[in-house]
Write a protein that binds this ligand. Sequence first.
Ligand code: 13P
Length: 256
Amino acid sequence: MARRPIIAGNWKMNNNKAEAKELVDGIVYGISSLDASKMPEVVIAPTYTALWQAYDLIKNEPKIALAAQNVNPNPSGAYTGEISLDMLADFRVQFVIIGHSERRQMFGETDEFINQKAKAILAKGLIPIICCGETLEQREQGVTDSHLENQITKALDGISASDVEKSVIAYEPIWAIGTGKSCDAVEANRTIGQIRKVVAKLYSQDVADKIRILYGGSVKPSTIVEQMAQPEIDGGLIGGAALKADSFIDLIKGAM
Ligand code: 13P
């Protein structure tokens, strides 16, 4: 069964109002001439402050879906600075990125908190993009696969097979993020194959065959074609190269 590829742009903490408008306008324009039947699922994850504007600019463009970069798993209440799933649903947000290494490392997010978020996102009918990835030190120590198994097992704890098969995992080796040094496509394919085996072990081969697993880490228009040619890689979660419309459109074309 073919898995539909995803090209997702994670804007991180970039783009003020004018920049966000320019980028979304450019993507909408670039995408308008592409054949929807051949396109990957295209997802953009603006900052919270740009979500309303992005929602408004793409509301007549079904080829683009919105993601949030984070969410708080609690329904509402005294959580200063946080955003709930209910608020995201107002903007027809369909995906939420969770477990990004930047949030794990800089904001102390734990596997347990990421698991709580995954459950809350799925309960609300949205799709989590669950990030995992090893440090350079872990890779050099040869513990990449066991580290990823641990992250994925904890992120999926208590989640049903039917929810897992519609979820998305993004394998983002930390040493490849923002460094310009993408993981070798064959090695990324191997590692993602290992992650799929973990899902098969926890659930079933059928669930593992359905879940989409993306690669992220210095994906560029010059790397995407080779990456997409790998059987295990179902698309990209892209930072820097998703910040310019031309380059984001080239990434989409590279996945067609
Ligand atoms: P870069 O594409 O800038 O390396 O970022 C990858 C990433 O962290 C996407 O979530």
